[in-house]
Design a protein around this ligand. Sequence first.
Ligand code: UD1
Ligand code: MG
Length: 453
Amino acid sequence: MNVSVVVLAAGKGTRMKSALPKVLHEVLGKSILAHSLDTLSFIENQYVVVGHESDMVIDSLPSSTKHILQKDQLGTGHAVSSVVSSEIFVENKSEFTLVVPGDVPAIDAKDIELLIGEVKTKSSPVGFLTSVVENPHGYGRVVKNNEEIRIVEEKDCNDDERKINEINSGIYCFNTDFLIENIDSLDTKNAQGEFYLTDLIGIANNQKQDIVIVQVDDDSIKGINSMSQLNEVEDIMQKKLIEGFMEQGVYFQDPTSTYIDSEVTISSGTKILANTHLTGKTSIDADCVIGPNAQINDSSIGKNSTVVNSVIDQSTIQENGNIGPFAHIRPGSELGEGVKVGSFAETKKSKIGKGSKVPHLAYVGDAELGENVNFSAGSITVNYDGKEKHKTEIKDGAFIGSDVMLVAPVTIGEESMIGAGSVITKDVPSKALGIERNNQKNVEGYVDRKKKK
Ligand code: UD1
Ligand code: MG
């Protein structure tokens, strides 16, 4: 396709009242800017205009995205002018140039394709997306009087113009030649003293050229200029995402208490119960029950697993996993098929083989457990000597009794047993009983003698 896209991301975002550049604030776990760039990834030739905290914004960009520095932020028209006058833009000139504000993350690719199509078909110099809304406050208004079409910014509106409820999305498709020829005719004669890109619409209209206006749903063109708008847009995008999962056969008990990041995948037949947070690159396979009160980040959960009242981070759970209630699965945990990690148990950087169980009150860290290991209540791997971490290996079928300290480095052999209350500091061979505790002594008649004293 002979189209380039310019994303405007040089502004500070003063109204956010935040040190972080506006476009780097996250919506559903991904920056506002990354949402637009991902949605527009079907257009190969991408330019991002950077300015305020440019290093931070550049660092966030994919390597294929070109950036252009707008040293002083003199307005959206000035931002586009910085691109159009750059060598790289001229050398890679495409027939059409899409301009998109970096603060509109819910952009819909279908709207963009429609806009480009219309501008092409009608050989128009420019087209833009608009929406008719109940509350147009803060947006540029689309003035349509007889033959006249132009955009007027909120701060420049007269009383009648302020009542117009068709708003400018800030998303335009330009014929590149028109853009190059006219971008320098913008001026700063307006309330904000800025070069407004919006004035190009009036300029095209004055040239008696056909302007394309495509009206779309306002949910997909909402701009983020304040924390309140960030919350509003995130809410809209969250609802859309959850609707999409529902259409694929995922059940949600209470979408209002459920938070799901945009990169998360969930397969059909899975039930997401109330107050569940799925973040980062988490994937949930089919037929799972997740929640209530589950928090899963950057992890994958195999099919037919349950996760109740638990926290899982950067870990893998194979199918038929049974996690919680009240388990903490910390980074680097790889739990095999059918593994159970139950109440008040914590795992970290450990492999736990198929069918093994850590049912309650346990800590498994820097360990490798084979298949069908039973790790009983109150037992832990003593992995840290105050300076370094050491590894514990527990072979297939071993039975670790209750309240056992396995002082690492240590290896517990296949099908061996460890007696309750033992502090194990030496390797235990296969099929042996490892026990470390004093013989029990019963003192007969002790209680009665004590009472008499
Ligand atoms: C802009 C439009 C308005 C439209 C609204 C839609 C103008 C003059 N106004 O207003 O008609 O309804 O978007 O959301 O275009 N930026 C730069 N360099 C600059 C100034 C801004 O890169 O010098 C970037 C910002 O980082 C931002 C985008 O351009 O991502 C839009 O700027 P913003 O200040 O948010 O414009 P709005 O007031 O929202
Ligand atoms: Mg804006």
